[in-house]
Design a protein around this ligand. Sequence first.
Ligand code: CUA
Length: 158
Amino acid sequence: MHMHKFEKIWLIFGVGALLVFLSVLGVSAFYMGNQPPSCLATIDPEKVDETAPFTKPGLNKVEGKDWDYELVFVASAFAYNPGEVQVPKGSKVKVIATTKDVIHGFEVAGTNINMMLEPGFISEIVTTFDKAGEYLVLCNEYCGVGHHMMSSKIEVVE
Ligand code: CUA
């Protein structure tokens, strides 16, 4: 079968691009451990206050895990608990959040943290706060008349 030179070049380019893409995906998934959110962590939204770790909202030191602290947030119309929290700079933190009523957002301005909080589900992200300063946490899902007042503050301290 005769194949034109350009056709061959394109074929090699296409297969090459596919291999590069699959390699990047493979390294990301199996070597770096990146995976999409599972949405498997569920909770009874009416029993949030009695369910660990939401019995202790705020920053909690943990031992023997891949992260140093767990930063627990409970959202409800129209506030976050805690309304303000301090985090030591450079520490690895797992943010764990849920909502007691309707869907809320959890965006930390100036970072790539942006989660949706759905009743019945627990949203989590592991992150490191490398830069000291104040970070505004805000709700970016319209949740009712007090939506625009819903915020919290993470203060990253030295
Ligand atoms: Cu909570 Cu908008």
